[in-house]
Design a protein around this ligand. Structure first.
Ligand code: NAD
Ligand code: TYD
Length: 370
């Protein structure tokens, strides 16, 4: 039995990781720390909180005193650090929040974990996994080879720069202080619980509401789509068997341009409406409700400044060293993802209305341990 601290556990990947961890290692003590910023939602964690399968703490990774108290109380020997500001467009509008959480937050967590593990004589068997992004490597041209772990860092957005800074800090802590840390750099995730500000849920929800589907630029930008459950499997493998001080790239092997991704979402929704005639009554503004196609909503809009053209990941190291490979190809992963949003309308309405967040503040306060 281990005690593990998951930061950002109420976010998209964090919630999926909490469930994946619980399923894979049911006897571990799981402590989830999350500031409950706008992208967070603990609805899916509530049954685990209620039956005491996890301890949920509302708090900030920049709060050293809180982190110290969590180490004193729960003695985690594993940390999976996912808490972050994660949206490129928001980083363009408000970069400071990204420096605060992604850089200062990572520093505070690293430093406090190092102190705690040193004092407990736990450095020899503890592990700190820093979850990062392929965006630190910058942008690829159409014929460039995919990013490998030795690709140079060339971040282009404030988000990518803040994640790059945090990766460098983690690396420096390994080299300077012997911090038992590992880094993963993954490609774009998709799947259940993703906040509707990100491409895939945004397009699904806009289409259901009959709103334009805003594709930036000409839609030729390419991302390598990784199903979140494949990502969680990789995180479990790296935490369990990865080599300290190493970086592992995690990709989905699913390069698609945005035009094709949005087109596929539209086709998937059109098919869902044709299959289930009750959807027309629930979403009357969707073109598919009246026999049209969601593709009619596609609208190309002003590009994102500094928009990276292409990301692609070479996951050879992860597969070769740890035997971990993604199992879900994009078309197979997209269909159930679209269905998940159709089946969880109240979830995304809560997230988009802000009412759920207000409820959380009222009911949970600063710190809750059950
Ligand atoms: P998310 O935005 O859905 O969740 C982030 C979580 O962090 C939220 O629950 C938020 O409340 C929490 N948080 C924010 N600031 C905090 C703070 N100061 N203290 C404590 N908690 C705080 O993001 P995600 O998509 O789940 O991403 C998780 C991690 O994976 C991030 O580090 C991100 O950089 C990385 N990543 C994500 C993707 C992707 O496609 N989603 C791709 C590559 C890397
Ligand atoms: P996003 O989900 O924001 O992830 P990232 O910027 O981290 O890759 O965007 C994925 C791609 O979709 C990216 O190329 C930007 C594009 N995009 C749009 O075309 N329209 C949108 O409304 C959004 C949110 C993204």
């Amino acid at each position: 039995m281990e005690s593990i601290l998951i930061t950002g556990g109420a976010g998209f990947i964090g919630q999926n990781l909490v469930h994946a961890w619980r399923a894979a290692r049911p006897t571990d003590r799981l402590v989830v720390l999350d500031a409950m910023a706008y992208a967070a939602n603990i609805r899916s964690l509530q049954p685990l909180i209620a039956d005491r399968s996890i301890v949920f703490v509302k708090g900030d990774v920049r709060d050293a005193a809180l982190i110290r108290s969590l180490f004193e109380e729960h003695n985690p020997t594993r940390v999976a650090h996912l808490a972050a500001e994660s949206h490129v467009d928001r980083s363009i509008v408000d970069p400071e929040a990204f420096l605060q959480t992604n850089v200062l937050g990572t520093f505070t967590l690293l430093n406090t974990a190092l102190d705690a593990w040193r004092s407990a004589g736990a450095l020899g068997h503890a592990r700190f996994l820093h979850v990062s992004t392929d965006e630190v490597y910058g942008s690829l041209g159409p014929a460039d080879p995919p990013f490998s772990e030795s690709s140079p860092y060339r971040p282009n957005s404030p988000y990518a720069a803040s994640k790059a800074a945090s990766d460098h800090l983690v690396r420096a802590y390994v080299t300077t202080y012997g911090m038992p840390a590992l880094i993963t750099n993954c490609s774009n995730n998709y799947g259940p619980y993703q906040h509707p500000e990100k491409l895939i849920p945004l397009m699904i929800i806009h289409a259901l509401e009959g709103k334009p589907l805003p594709v930036y630029g000409d839609g030729s930008n390419i991302r390598d789509w990784l199903h979140v459950s494949d990502h969680c499997d990789a995180l479990l493998a790296v935490l369990a068997r990865g080599r300290i001080g190493e970086t592992y790239n995690v990709g989905g092997g699913n390069e698609r341009n945005n035009r094709d991704v949005v087109g596929l979402i539209c086709d998937t929704l059109d098919r869902a409406f044709a299959r289930d005639t009750r959807l027309a009554a629930r979403f009357p503004s969707c073109p598919a409700a009246t026999g049209g196609s969601c593709r009619s909503l596609i609208s190309y809009v002003t590009d994102r400044p500094g928009h990276d053209h292409r990301y692609a990941i070479d996951s050879t190291k992860l597969a070769g060293e740890l035997g971990n490979r993604p199992g879900i190809d994009f078309e197979h992963g997209l269909e159930p993802t679209v269905q998940w949003y159709l089946d969880h309308e109240s979830w995304w309405r809560d997230v988009t209305s802000g009412a759920y967040k207000a409820w959380i503040d009222k009911n949970y306060g600063f710190r809750i341990a059950v």
